[in-house]
Structures are given as structure tokens and as C-alpha cells.
Design a protein around this ligand. Structure first.
Ligand code: SF4
Ligand code: SF4
Length: 463
């Protein structure tokens, strides 16, 4: 019997989606966790009957075959904010890819680059330092878990690409599954491999979220977000790039670097109104204001993503709390509402349960589960931009709390929809039941969508 079934040669050619394991009629494929918490399939050859169903169903194999076939076809490549462990970035990435596909002609291949923005060619000294830092980080996570240090103490100068230490293989699997289902992603790339990219590229789009944060310039990271790769004649576009930074001295400190990096752009748009003038003054180009890609569609667009959720819809009524670190004020606020209204609290937080008997931990959720949680919640409480964005799209009563180091992204969207009072500082009090006029929110978002799609269409004209 032929037993030469090879599901993948290198780990990067498997996205851990379980499709092979699920389809195998012999139950011969088990998923095993590697040291980084990713799940990979392994075939028990004693059970395998060589039907090859696993090879046929594998999305990575299909993708590889397709990209080999179409290597010389024109490409539109999108480079987006970190796709690791970030619900908003992955969903926004899928939205932008879909919007671009709806504009460019069918013979263009639209791909989203799997970009490791934190990668810099390591020197021996750096390698040693990285080893040390990784161990220190792990130790800090452990200390936070046992409450010896508070999560607030973590960082004063946040690095947007600092990797979250994920201990959940289920969460990793759900991210991979979502990316396989809803994005056309390239093989993993970094600044070095991208500089060697020789594809027939018609347009490069630097995608949304905080791709232009000044801290990335300071750390000399993520240069590819300024589209410094690919053929010279490719059209270079930024769509809703965010600096997530108020117009303060941090920004102006890096003025000349921004100027240098923005030189090659043909079309520029940013996501926050407060950064339009700065980017326009350093680039000396017209700068448009565009909404985050998740607003390019209405709530029905997300139904297929939600229906791929692996978590059943709970019968309990609940508040969804999505915060990235321990926050006593939020814990108190959410618990008080849960008590008053007899609700559960479904929470995602890096700290352990702050909500006592009311709390149900959802930190193994992937992007599809995240959307499902918001859609079915009674209330949403968060410190995250995309959680606010989906509360607006799904028309949920919500409260956003300002966390330390947070830029203007939530202020900006709430000011567009006229709900700035729902972003509260730590010491203020707000009634979550205060009525929201969602017809006004809908119409404001519709205006944003129209204007942003016009920008995208104009920038991709005749591609
Ligand atoms: S070839 Fe068929 S039996 Fe063998 S592992 Fe793949 S799906 Fe299972
Ligand atoms: S990508 Fe999915 S189907 Fe392909 S080998 Fe990996 S887990 Fe199996």
C-alpha cells in the first residue's frame, strides 16, 4: 500500500486548520501541539488507507498549487497590521481584502502578506538578548498569573508588535482556521524576504490599523508598512493607515523619517482625523480620511464569519468584557451591572477571572468567536478599538474605557458617530443604559463607507 502522504514539508506550510484531521475516514490524523502552542497533524500510517482525502482538502496545498499556476499574473498585495493574536487586525484584514477584490478585475490576484513586522536580522548580541528577554517575559507572565505583579506595570512605551504569550493551542487553531477561511494569505514574509520579492505587482496597499505608529519608527521596525519593496512601478497606496498617536512631540520627533518613508506613495489615506494634517505636511501630498476596513461592510457581511464560530451560542444573557489587562475599575463596573441585571460576564482578559462567580473565560476564542460574542451580548465593555467598532455595527449598548498609552483611535470613531461620552476615563461614572440613537450611527457609518470606497476605487483605477 502506498503510504507517501505528505501533508506539509515545512511547518510554515500548515496553518493548523484541522481540515485534514476532520475529513480522514480512518481517524488516522491526530493534531499535536509544538513548543510554541501550535497544532500540527500527524498521520498514523497503520490506520491510513491512502485515500488522499486529507491532501485534497488541505487549503494550504490548494493555495500553493494556485499561486504556482498564477505566479506571472498581476498581483495586488496588501500588507496589514500584525495578524498574530489580534482579532481586530485579522477581521479588518479580511474586510480590506474583500473590498479590494470587489474593485480590481478578476485577472489580478489579491493577496494579504503574512508579515512578521518585528523581525530584524539578528546579530549574535541580539540573539543572546532576545533569549534573555523571552525568558524574562515568560517569568513576568507567570508572576502576573499568580498576582505578584499587576498587569498595569507591564510597559510604559508599548511596542505594538510585542508578541502576546499565548498558552492556548485552541486559540491558535481558531486564528489559523479563520485566516485559512477568510483571507488569501502569502507564505510568511519579513523585511528581508520582501526585499527579494519579484512578483508582477500592480499595486501595493499598506493596510489599516496602527501600521505607522511612531514607536515602530523609533525601533526601526516594520519598514515594509511604508511599501519599501516590490517593483518600482507598482502603485503604492495607504488605506486607513493609523498612527494611533495624538499630535504631540513624539510624532514631530520623527518628522524627517516620516517624510523619507512616505516619498514613494501615490495615494495616501489615514484613519484618524487628527493625523491628516501631520501626514499631509510631511508627505506634501493630498491625504484622505478613510474608515477602518470593518466599516466598509454592514453587519450582514460578518454572518458567514460568525457562522464559522466553534463556540455554541450560550443561553445565558451576558455582558461581553474585552480588555487586554487587569483593570479594577472595569471589574467593579461590570460586576455591579451583572449583579443588578442578573447577567453572566463573558470575558477576554490576559489576567485571570476578575469577575468572581459571574465570569466565564473566553480567552481561547478566535476571531469568529469574538464576533459571535459581541453580536449576542446584552452589553459590551472594552478598551479595544475593534470591540467598539463591532458594538457600533451590531448596535450594542457599550462602554469603552481609556487605558494607559491609548491613542486617539476610539475618540476618533466615537466623534464620527456622535458618541464621545461613551469613552470614559477611569474615574468617571456612566449609565450604560443611556439610549443610543443607532439610526444616526448607521447613517454616519454609511457616509464613511461611501467616502472610503470612493478613495479605494480611485486609487485602484485601471489596475
Ligand atoms: S490518506 Fe485518507 S486515510 Fe490516510 S490519513 Fe489521509 S484521509 Fe486519512
Ligand atoms: S493546513 Fe490544515 S489541512 Fe493542511 S495539513 Fe495543515 S492542518 Fe491539515
Amino acid at each position: 500500500m502506498n503510504k507517501d502522504i505528505i501533508l506539509f514539508d515545512k511547518k510554515e506550510n500548515c496553518c493548523g486548520c484541522w481540515a485534514c484531521s476532520n475529513i480522514c475516514p480512518q481517524k488516522a490524523i491526530k493534531m499535536y501541539e509544538d513548543a510554541e502552542g501550535f497544532l500540527f497533524p500527524s498521520i498514523n500510517l497503520d490506520l491510513c488507507v491512502s485515500c488522499r482525502l486529507c491532501e485534497q482538502v488541505c487549503p494550504m496545498k490548494k493555495r500553493k498549487a494556485l499561486s504556482e499556476q498564477k505566479q506571472n499574473q498581476p498581483h495586488v498585495k496588501i500588507i496589514n497590521f500584525s495578524m498574530d493574536d489580534n482579532y481586530g487586525a485579522v477581521i479588518a484584514g479580511a474586510c480590506l481584502e474583500n473590498a479590494v477584490k470587489s474593485i480590481v478585475s478578476d485577472h489580478n490576484i489579491v493577496e494579504t502578506i503574512t508579515y512578521d513586522a518585528s523581525y530584524t536580522k539578528p546579530s549574535f548580541k541580539k540573539k543572546l538578548y532576545a533569549e534573555k528577554t523571552a525568558w524574562v517575559d515568560l517569568f513576568k507572565v507567570f508572576l502576573r498569573k499568580i498576582h505578584l505583579i499587576s498587569a498595569e506595570q507591564k510597559e510604559s512605551d508599548p511596542n505594538p508588535f510585542k508578541k502576546v504569550v499565548s498558552t492556548s493551542p485552541l486559540r491558535n487553531h481558531r486564528y489559523n482556521r479563520f485566516r485559512c477561511n477568510f483571507l488569501n494569505m502569502t507564505k510568511p514574509e519579513n523585511d528581508i524576504t520582501l526585499s527579494e520579492c519579484r512578483d508582477n505587482i500592480k499595486a501595493l496597499i499598506c493596510g489599516s490599523d496602527i501600521v505607522w505608529h511612531p514607536n515602530l519608527i523609533k525601533r526601526n521596525q516594520a519598514k515594509a508598512f511604508y511599501l519599501n519593496f516590490g517593483n518600482e512601478n507598482a502603485r503604492r497606496i495607504s488605506y486607513a493607515a493609523s498612527l494611533d498617536c495624538f499630535n504631540d512631540e513624539t510624532l514631530y520627533e520623527h518628522k524627517s523619517e516620516y517624510k523619507k518613508r512616505l516619498k514613494s506613495f501615490d495615494y495616501i489615506s489615514v484613519r484618524e482625523q487628527c493625523n491628516v494634517d501631520f501626514i499631509s505636511s510631511v508627505s506634501k501630498k493630498d491625504v484622505s480620511l478613510c474608515c477602518d476596513p470593518v466599516f466598509l461592510f454592514d453587519k450582514n457581511f460578518f454572518n458567514s464569519m460568525i457562522s464559522s464560530s466553534e463556540e455554541p451560542i450560550t443561553n445565558d444573557k451576558y455582558i461581553y468584557v474585552y480588555i487586554l489587562s487587569h483593570n479594577e475599575k472595569i471589574a467593579e463596573y461590570a460586576t455591579r451591572i451583572a449583579k443588578e441585571k442578573n447577567l453572566k460576564i463573558l470575558f477576554y482578559s490576559e489576567s485571570q477571572n476578575d469577575f468572581g462567580e459571574y465570569g466565564i473565560n473566553c480567552s481561547a476564542d478566535g476571531p469568529a468567536e469574538f464576533l459571535q460574542r459581541i453580536k449576542n451580548a446584552e452589553y459590551v465593555i472594552t478598551t479595544s478599538f475593534h470591540c467598539v467598532a463591532f458594538s457600533l455595527l451590531f448596535e450594542k449598548k457599550f462602554i469603552a474605557f481609556r487605558r494607559s498609552g491609548m491613542g486617539p483611535k476610539i475618540d476618533n470613531i466615537l466623534s464620527i458617530v456622535g458618541l464621545t461620552e461613551r469613552l470614559i476615563e477611569d474615574n468617571s461614572v456612566f449609565d450604560i443604559d443611556e439610549l443610543i440613537d443607532f439610526s444616526k450611527v448607521r447613517s454616519a457609518l454609511l457616509q464613511e463607507r461611501k467616502r472610503s470606497m470612493e478613495f479605494l476605487k480611485k486609487s485602484l483605477e485601471k489596475i
